[in-house]
Write a protein that binds this ligand. Sequence first.
Ligand SMILES: [Zn+2]
Length: 446
Amino acid sequence: MKLYNQLTKKVENFKPQDPENVKIYTCGPTVYSFAHIGNLTSYVYWDLLVRTLKANGYKVNRVLNLTDVGHLTSDGDDGEDKLEKGAKREGKTVWEIADFYIDTFLKDFRSLNLEEPSKICRATDYIDQDIKLVNLLTEKGYTYETSDGIYFDTSKFEKYADFAGLNLEEQKAGARVAFNSEKQNNSDFAVWKFVREGEDHAMQWDYLGRPGYPGWHLECSTISATELGLPLDIHTGGIDHIPVHHTNEIAQSEAAFDVQMSRFWLHCNFITIDGEKISKSLGNIYTLSDLEEKGFTPLDFKLWVLQGHYQGTRNFNFEDLTAAKNRLLKWRNRAAKSYQISSKDSISVQILEKVSNNLNSPEAFALIDNTDLSFADWKFIDDLFGLNLIPDLENLPKNLDSLIEERERARSEKNFAVADRIRDELAESNLTILDTENGPIWQYLR
Ligand SMILES: [Zn+2]
C-alpha cells in the first residue's frame, strides 16, 4: 500500500510494524455541538483507510478520542472551553452536553456505516495519565509555569518547526502585538491550564494544589501512548491540525517518551459549501439530519465524499449530492442485476490496487463505472466502501420470482390490468421490473 506521509511530505510505501496489529489513532470531535458534514467528511475518509488496510489483509487496531474538556474556542490557549460554552448555550451541565453530543456523533457515525474503532476514548477518562505526562515533561525540563498554566517550551524541542514547515521567526514577528507576555516563545502551548480566580469552569482536577484542566493537545498524546503504544503506525486528522495540534502532539509525546510518535501522518482536506467556507454566519452548516430532511440518505452523502480524493479540496452543493444519490441507486441496481444475471470475471484486484495507491477512491469509482462487474465484485466493493449496495435478499418479497413470471404471462396475454397490479405491488417493496436482453430482472426504485 502507498500513503502520503506528512512527515516526509511524499507518497511512501506503507508497511505496518505488525500486520496483525496496525495501530491507528484518529483525532476525534470536540463534543459540544452537532457534527456538520464538514466534520463528518474526515471520518468517511478514515473509514476508507481502515477498510483498504483490511482488504490488504491487515488487522487494524484503531483508537478514536472524544474531546470533552480543554478545547478552547481559539484552538489555542485563550478563550472559553467549548464544552462550557455549549453548557451555557443549552442550560445544561458540561457532562450532560458531552453525553448528549457523544450520542449524536456515534449515531451519525453508524448511519454512515463507518467501521467502529477498536476503542473510543473520552479525554476526561485520562486525567491521571495527563498529569503523569506533564510531570514527566517538567522533570525533563520542557515546561515552565505562568500565571494561567504550565507551558511547553517549544524552543527546547529542536525539530518543532519541521512537521508543518513552520517559520517560527516570521510567526514571532507577525504576532508581536498579540503576544502573551508570559509565554517565552509565541509557539509555546499550554499542557495544563489553571482555573483562574472567578472563572466558571465546571470540569476541574487538582494538580499542584490548584484546580485546573489539561491543555487540548495533551489527551491525544496520553490516549495514544496508553491505548496503542508508540510509535503508532498511522495518525490521522484534518489538515487544520498540522501546524498546531499535531505539531504539539509530536513535541509532547516525543519529548516525554523519547520515541517517534507515529510513522505515518495522514490529513484530509476541507470541504466548502457552495464555494464558501462552512460558517455559522453564512448559515451553511448542514448536519446529516438536514440532508435527510431534504431527501438524502447518509450513504448518499458518503458516496459524495468518496467521489473526491481525501487530499483534494471539495466543494459541496446539492446538485452534486443529487448526482451522488443517483450514482448510488445505479450501483445498487447494477449489483442487483449482477446477482440475477451472472457476468464477467472479477476485477476486484484492480479496484483494490486503485485505493491502495494513497486511497485513490475517484479512480476506483471511474473503474467501477466503466466496467461490467460480477456479483463477487459488488460484494468486494461494498466491503471496501461500506455503501450498502448489495441487494437485501432477506427482505425481498418471498414470491418475487412468481410475480415476475405472472407479469410475463399477463403481458403475453395482453392482460394489462394484471401486469399493472403486479407493478403496483412491487412498487410497495421499492422494486420495479426491467426488461433486458436476458429477460426481465428486478431493480430498486429508490
Ligand atoms: Zn489529536
